[in-house]
Write a protein of this length. Structure first.
Lengths: 195, 538
């Protein structure tokens, strides 16, 4: 067992509150990629996701003294990031649609040597799911991403989204059904050439 | 159960025409279909799970829906994990630092902006005190210089059988009355208010008292100027100026520090100074004129700064403050003289102002040349409005009837303490003139090479004037002169009306050899630049 375990979020937050920026930097390192991956599906683009992640950390630092110790730091952070990402997305709409996704999917090279942005869409199936996700309503997309990508429990989702657990359950179901319908629409019109 | 690799095939297959086995209505009859989703997620209670499993066994459509839900879930989970690709710590740190600086700036007490032109001049509101302090420095240091010079001239006079320098003051007035100098009324109208503003300590004061006053005033002024003076003091450009001896101020005489003038407090010092002896030669003999200069665009300010340099005006070591770095105008001026090193470090960045003030000092020829240079570029400078008194220098500067500016100039002369405020008020409603701005002082050494600016009169005339000026020793560094040098220069042949005039001025208080000019630099009203709106209009 590793006894040099990394400090907990709570300890790092406490240190950051005492002015230790390195401690906050550790939190950044700990969550930046994970948060980015989630925000990528929320915001729709790498650029917006990266901006949202940075803004979220900055805002989190500024408001760190308002962070309640009884909550999970990442829950709090994700809530901030979600709001930022969605705000950005609303300002830039329409970012993605199924039509765009279909076009993108058709044009997307499958070559693995594409750029970083293109790697995300290199897999056609993933690209279409990504597009279908992007075409969902904000509430459904958020809850699906938190559940499927972050593996958050209903309780955590409820905490992040500030919803009752029952609402999480019903909304999650509806979100999945909507995604199913969108994929059905997508593939019903153009069947991907799968092997 | 489908694995992630097959989920797409499954969904594709279904989406291709196969009827979904489970319709929403079916599962909604007496079964909460939301439970299926939660069942997939393992988020059911034991009872709920038992209920779902019972339904699954009984209804294959439900089982198929569950598989579908799992496929959806797997589809999302199979999305590639993307990473940021770089560490955000540095950028977050930078943003936090920037925020902190912004927050610090926000606490700087600033005056209200006075309706600044959009994106143009934003000066320093904090600098009212600093400006007045710098003015004090200039005035008082000139008084020291004057005193020193008087001593030197008096020594020369004694050698030549001439009486002490107070007699020259009387002769100066006589000369003014006989028309060889500007009308005495005008002269006195400019000087007397300054005299009226003389500190009591200066009445009949000799060199010591003046020095003491200057020294203590400088100290207080520097305190008032605070960060401005500090920030300027170590600027390389300024240091260079000082090192090159271009500062107008000779070393301050030793003076008792306790000779403080209680009335000297910050920028309002001069306003409270009591009357002084009008016979006492001092810096007040150097006329301060105001020129309203309107540029048509930011480029005009660049040109302004460039011409300032080309006419050999250099930042004075006792400059007050620099204009706002954010404004194009002040940035140009400041960067030109300070370099880039100070960019973003000035404490008054948030201030706003309507105008940038630049005070220049030089010989009449230098000042003439400078103003003339601006005047010769109407495409750049929409307005070069100088007070009538500038015509004393032998040139007509005005492009437009400058009654307003001239009146303003007189007013400024009449209220030296209000130089700053008054200049700000020029062209502005009085109610908006309470703001402040940056003022930079530029001094052209008398022995500076002639300007390279070629926008004004012909070069030959300039060179001739320069030669004459040199001969008659106008504008030489204001410090005690060796008797032989004085003798040589005083004996120089004068060969032109201008030289004659200069020579006569030389016999008047020596400070007449230099003039000061304050440019109130602002953006011309854009819609009416060609119409040359009357001076004084905002």
């Amino acid at each position: 067992m590793n006894h040099d375990a990394a400090p907990t979020d709570a300890r790092l937050v406490e240190a950051a509150l005492k002015g230790d920026r390195d401690a906050f930097g550790d939190l950044v390192v700990r969550y930046q990629d994970r948060l980015f991956n989630t925000m990528l599906r929320i915001a729709g683009s790498r650029e917006d996701a990266a901006d949202a992640v940075q803004d979220a950390f900055v805002q989190a630092y500024r408001k760190l003294d308002s962070f309640r110790g009884d909550a999970q730091f990442f829950t709090w952070l994700y809530r901030i990031a979600m709001n930022i990402a969605l705000s950005r997305r609303r300002r830039r709409r329409p970012v993605s649609s199924l039509d765009v996704a279909k076009t993108d999917a058709g044009d997307e090279p499958m070559d693995a040597a594409t750029g970083p942005d293109d790697r995300m869409l290199a897999d056609e199936q993933a690209a279409q799911v990504h597009a279908a996700l992007a075409d969902l309503g904000d509430q459904h997309r958020k809850i699906l991403v938190l559940r499927e990508l972050e593996g958050c429990s209903y309780e955590v989702i409820a905490d992040i989204l500030e919803l009752p657990v029952g609402t999480v359950r019903s909304r999650l179901f509806r979100a999945r059904m909507q995604l199913r319908d969108k994929l059905k629409t997508l593939w019903g019109e153009e069947t991907p050439q799968l092997g | 159960m489908l694995d992630a690799g097959n989920w797409m095939l499954e969904i594709q297959h279904r989406a291709s025409g196969i009827q979904y086995p489970v319709e929403m209505s079916n599962v909604n009859d007496n079964f909460n279909d939301e439970l299926l989703s939660a069942y997939v997620d393992g988020e059911l209670t034991a009872d709920e799970r038992a209920a779902v499993e019972e339904r699954l066994r009984a209804d294959p459509h439900v089982a198929e829906l569950v598989e579908e839900l799992r496929s959806i879930s797997s589809a999302i989970k199979s999305l590639p994990r993307e990473t940021l690709g770089h560490d955000l710590r540095a950028s977050i740190q930078a943003e936090l630092d920037e925020t902190r600086v912004d927050a610090q700036r926000q606490v700087i007490p600033l005056s209200e902006p006075l309706d600044p032109p959009r994106g143009f001049y934003r000066g320093f509101l904090w600098s009212t005190i600093a400006i007045a302090a710098a003015l004090m420095i200039m005035f008082l240091q000139y008084r020291e210089q004057q005193d020193q010079r008087n001593v030197a001239v008096a020594a020369k006079d004694e050698a030549g059988g001439v009486q002490e320098h107070t007699a020259r003051n009387n002769r100066r007035r006589e000369m003014g009355e006989d028309g060889q100098l500007p009308p005495q009324g005008e002269m006195r109208s400019l000087e007397s208010p300054r005299d009226a503003a003389e500190p009591a300590a200066g009445v009949g004061g000799g060199m010591d008292s003046l020095g003491a006053e200057a020294s203590s005033a400088v100290e207080r002024s520097l305190d008032a100027a605070d960060a401005a003076a500090e920030s300027l003091s170590d600027m390389e450009a300024v240091d260079e100026q000082v090192a090159q001896g271009q500062a107008v101020v000779p070393p301050a005489p030793e003076a008792p520090e306790e000779a403080a003038e209680p009335a000297f407090r910050g920028g309002r010092a001069a306003a409270t100074r009591p009357a002084a002896n009008t016979n006492e030669p001092s810096v007040e003999d150097i006329p301060l004129q105001t020129v309203e200069l309107e540029v048509r665009s930011d480029e005009g300010v660049q040109q302004f700064a460039r011409l300032l340099a080309e006419n050999n005006f250099r930042l004075s070591a006792d400059s007050a403050v620099a204009p706002d770095q954010d404004a194009a105008a002040s940035r140009e001026v400041r960067q030109h003289y300070y370099g880039q090193r100070r960019a973003g470090q000035h404490p008054a960045d948030q201030a706003n102002a309507s105008a940038v003030h630049v005070v220049v000092e030089g010989t009449p020829a230098q000042v003439e040349q400078l103003v003339d240079s601006y005047q010769q570029q109407p495409d750049v400078f929409a307005e070069v409005a100088a007070p009538e008194s500038l015509t004393r220098l032998g040139r007509q500067f005005r492009r437009e009837p400058a009654s307003s500016a001239g009146a303003q100039g007189s007013q400024l002369q009449a209220e030296p303490s209000a130089v700053v405020e008054g200049a700000a008020a020029a062209g502005k409603p009085q109610g908006q003139a309470e703001s402040s701005f940056g003022v930079a002082w530029f001094v052209a050494p008398a022995d500076a090479p002639k300007s390279t600016a070629l926008y004004s009169r012909d070069v030959e005339a300039k060179e001739k004037d320069a030669a004459i000026e040199s001969n008659v020793q106008l504008g030489a560094p204001v410090q005690p002169l060796a008797e032989d040098a004085q003798s040589d220069r005083a004996g120089a042949e004068v060969a032109s009306p201008k030289a004659d005039r200069f020579a006569k001025q030389l016999q008047s208080p020596p400070a007449q050899g230099r003039v000061r000019l304050k440019f109130v630099l602002r953006l011309a009203p854009q819609p009416a630049t060609e119409a040359a709106a009357a001076p004084g209009e905002p």
